[in-house]
Design a protein around this ligand. Structure first.
Ligand code: ARG
Length: 463
């Protein structure tokens, strides 16, 4: 039986000399993977219950181990557990403590399993519950966006392409674009859970085991759908880690896009939104400043999440099967990704709750840049039976004229318009009204007020 006394490591029968102090200090992962303690204990309890059911260990031993594990869980959650770097990781720290609590019978716990299957079982369970946490925060964010959109259905602003004024839109419609994005993100995270739902426990180091274990039993106990199919693939696979960080990267990218746009709109050049004092910071030298630091934080953190994705891709690139120490850093990147994204979701929510549109400025900007030109072209097609290309050309001539005269389209008089297109009558003037323009986009998914109202309702029902 494994001896584990007086600070000796589990393998010190074989490896007689002490591991380099330096490596013990640096190569351990306990500070990172202690976060998995609950999942590790859950997995261990399921494992010993299975061992008992299969008559591999006795009832008495099973109970002793479960008692010890539950005690350890309490100790850790009450901060009364002493983690030791010498025992590398959470698995060995718990096993070591189990020996202290129940004695030599702790040595049965690791029958028919390895840390290789143990660690990914823990990590998969952790990702499952953390995905739910992320999605909860995404729901909160979605609710805030919906609230802001609802208040701004009739707030008119220019929609941009190439950052140039394009066509008039509702600010509410713009916000609803982010509802779409974050809803896709939620779904992407949920879809990952489907792929991740295979139980690694029981494949042992890489071959499976000669013990008569029941993997379906632990699968059910731990809430997985099936056991994994191939022992070698199981301990080598970190696709589920990539899926998680990839989904987080897309979500972060969405956050960075809204952050960047709001930073621009908050700039003195645009001045389309105001951020309340709660979500700005000052300058150490310029007394007048109110800087959108929180939004910049969000934009920057996206780089950290992408970095995690590429770290994991690079760790896996060309890595032979099956387990290598290289894989230990999967947890570092997963935890960092989770923390970063979770903070960003909360911060974005906070910013949106402290943001107000400068409706006058939005309208003023929408009134420049000839944003109703496309409406005019459409009008010519519908009312004067022109092809769209001819109408487009006529409208471009009208825009040129307006530009030459230093006027807005609606400031041209009918005689000026008629010079370019004689068929035009006074009726055309209504086309230049921004509210009409926005409301005319009533095709499914368009920016008309009615459409926005329906979409807000649809998403509110979902949440
Ligand atoms: N702490 C290790 C990790 O996170 C557990 C697996 C160790 N397995 C091994 N063969 N050294 O990857």
């Amino acid at each position: 039986m494994t001896k584990n006394k007086n600070n000796q490591t589990i393998w010190n029968t074989r490896i007689k000399n002490k591991t380099s102090n330096l490596f013990q200090k640096i190569g351990n992962s306990i500070d990172i993977d202690k976060r998995l303690y609950k999942e590790d204990i859950l997995g261990s309890i399921a494992h010993v219950e299975m061992l008992f059911k299969q008559r591999i260990i006795s009832f008495k031993i099973k109970n002793k181990i479960v008692y010890g594990l539950n005690k350890i869980e309490k100790e850790i959650s009450k901060n009364k557990f002493e983690f030791n770097k010498k025992y590398e990781d959470i698995h060995m720290n718990i096993e070591k403590r189990l020996f202290e609590i129940i004695g030599e019978e702790a040595g049965y716990l690791h029958t028919a399993r390895s840390r290789n299957d143990q660690v990914i079982t823990d990590l998969k369970i952790w990702i499952k519950s953390s995905t739910k946490d992320l999605n909860k925060n995404m729901d909160k964010l979605l609710k805030s966006i919906l609230k802001l959109a609802d208040k701004n259905i009739e707030t008119l602003m220019p929609g941009f392409t190439h950052l140039k004024n394009a066509q008039a839109v509702s600010f509410g419609h713009y916000l609803m674009a982010y509802v779409e994005m974050f809803s896709r993100d939620k779904k992407r995270f949920e879809n990952n859970l489907e792929n991740l739902n295979e139980n690694p426990l029981g494949v042992s180091a890489l071959t499976g085991t000669s013990f008569n274990i029941d993997r379906n039993y632990t699968t059910k106990k731990l809430g997985f759908k099936n056991p994994t199919n191939n022992s070698i693939d199981t301990v080598s696979d970190r696709d589920f880690v990539l899926d998680f960080i990839f989904s987080a990267s897309i979500c972060s990218m969405h956050i960075s896009r809204i952050a960047e746009e709001l930073i621009l709109w908050n700039s003195d050049g645009y001045n389309l939104i105001t951020l309340s004092d709660k979500v700005v910071t000052g300058s150490s030298i310029m007394p007048q400043k109110k800087n959108p630091d929180l939004l910049e934080y969000l934009r920057g953190k996206t780089g950290i999440v992408y970095g995690n994705l590429f770290s994991m891709f690079t760790i896996l690139k060309g890595l032979p099967l099956s387990y290598f120490k290289d894989l230990q850093d999967d947890k570092l990147v997963v935890f960092n990704t989770f923390d970063t994204l979770n903070n960003c979701l909360k911060i974005l929510d906070e910013v949106l709750k402290n943001l107000s549109p400068n409706k006058k400025k939005m309208l003023e900007l929408a009134r420049s840049g000839y944003v109703t030109a496309t409406d005019l072209a459409d009008y010519l097609v519908k009312n004067h039976s022109m092809t769209f290309r001819n109408a487009y050309k006529k409208t471009a001539e009208i825009v040129n004229l307006a530009e030459k005269k230093g006027k807005k389209l609606e400031e041209l008089n009918i005689l000026e318009l008629k010079k370019i297109e004689p068929k035009l009558t006074n009726e055309v003037m209504k086309i230049f009204n921004l509210k009409n323009s926005v409301n005319s986009k009533s095709s499914y998914g368009g920016t008309s007020f009615d459409n926005i109202k329906k979409m807000i309702l649809k998403y509110r029902k979902k949440l």
